[in-house]
Ligand binder design. Structure first.
Ligand SMILES: [Cu+2]
Length: 403
């Protein structure tokens, strides 16, 4: 395999083929990618009208008034791998902040299912599927340094659904291997939002279904509230990313293996066209949140479950529990209450809050139970504490009813 750090200098590499499809698709669909063209000069422009569109946007940014950053305090947020959340305040103290975060677009071979040997060259932010959770408050700014490592094969960028303009930042963040960029955007709408890679055209679902997505939570400055305005606090966050994979198989039904990221592109597109995922998993792989990796909680603990699905609808259900408060959409709207199952619109992140009342094992599943049990969309909470016989009691243990 040959890698080209500067794709503008080569015409025949596989990477250039991939990139060509990026640009063609981008130009056809959104115009994204043309900025990269503009920067690199020698690359032919695929679709001049779209390129003009994005060039105009870039020029408008340069010509515009500089942002007024007075009154903002700069803080760094150390991002952590899911299912964990970065250190944060639930109720903001002080004035608005510029929250600096750092992500690398890491391409890595991941085992999806140890039982079958299914694997994928995952395209990730910071090496995890989903990418790390970012938390800020309404009125803060998120300032992302996005770095594409030198040993990457592919171009990446990021579209923040929480942001406003330039394709969610996608138009301003195309980075090739060995490049980095910095994007700052203001969080104007409170809620949970997905983010994902969107290089253009078919590369968009290809990257998204290879794991390149995650969530931002924009909290109201005074924290979460119920419909009456009463403050709602959580003790912990469980950050769950649901990932549909479309893994190519050979004629015997065995999953194909590939040597490097991107080699599965054509086969993956064929698999994706079926719209039938081979896997729907939580946090990247079958069993990533069960067994030894199960989520832990205690009776009386309030957990905020953040669920991200960048590509497909889902319907989480906590078996044995409920959604006490559920924000399927915005934190500006009052939460739904007492839900049995809630809805994740494809292309969103959302939050559900629950206070555990009984000890034991709770399965958190996509209540399309085929997807939960056959495709992998299941997690476990293991909850410690005292059993409450008022809530439930096995009055008669199973016995024969023969006379
Ligand atoms: Cu990408």
């Amino acid at each position: 395999m040959t890698k080209f750090i500067n794709p503008g200098l080569t015409q025949t590499s596989r990477r250039n083929v991939l990139r060509g499809s990026v640009l063609a698709g981008a130009a056809a669909m959104t115009g994204a990618g043309a900025l990269a063209n503009q920067r690199r000069g020698p690359v032919p422009r695929i679709h001049p009208p779209a390129a003009r569109f994005i060039e105009a946007e870039a020029q408008a940014q340069v010509a515009a008034e500089p942002a007024d950053l007075s009154g903002y305090t700069r803080v760094k947020q150390e991002l952590v791998a899911p299912p964990f959340a970065p250190a944060h305040e639930q109720v903001a103290t002080g004035g608005p902040k510029i929250i600096e975060v750092y992500m690398e677009t890491t391409e890595r071979l991941m085992v999806v299912d140890e039982d079958t040997g299914a694997s994928i060259w995952a395209l990730t932010y910071n090496g995890s599927v989903p990418g790390p959770l970012i938390i800020c408050h309404e009125g803060d700014m998120v300032e992302l340094t996005l770095r594409n490592p030198v040993d990457s094969v592919m171009e990446h960028n990021i579209d923040f659904h929480a942001s406003t303009g330039a394709l969610g930042g996608g138009g301003l963040t195309h980075v090739f291997p060995g490049e980095e960029t910095v994007l700052r955007w203001k969080a104007t709408k409170p809620g949970c939002f997905t983010y994902h890679c969107a290089p253009g055209g078919a590369m968009i679902p290809y990257h998204v279904t290879h794991g390149m997505n995650g969530a931002v939570m924009v909290l109201p400055r005074d924290g979460l509230k119920d419909a009456d305005g009463k403050s709602l606090r959580y003790d912990s966050i469980a950050y769950i990313g649901e990932q549909d994979y479309y893994l190519p198989k050979d004629e015997f039904g065995d999953f194909l293996q590939y040597e490097v990221a991107g080699d599965d592109y054509a086969d993956s597109l064929d698999a994706m066209r079926t719209l039938t995922p081979t896997h729907c998993v939580f946090n990247g792989a079958v069993g990533a949140l069960t067994g030894e990796n199960a989520l832990k909680a205690k009776v009386g603990e309030t957990v905020l479950m953040i669920h991200n699905q960048a590509n497909r609808d889902s319907r989480p259900h906590l078996i044995g529990g409920h959604g006490d408060y559920v924000w399927e959409t915005s934190f500006s709207d009052p939460p739904l209450t007492g839900l049995e199952t809630w809805f994740v619109r494809g292309g969103t992140a959302m939050a559900a809050m629950y206070t555990f009342e009984q000890p034991g094992v709770y399965a958190y599943v996509n209540h399309n139970l085929i997807e939960a049990t056959l495709l992998g969309a299941a997690a476990h909470f293991v909850v410690e504490g005292e059993w409450n016989n008022t809530l439930m009691e096995q009055v008669v243990t199973p016995r024969s009813f023969d006379a």
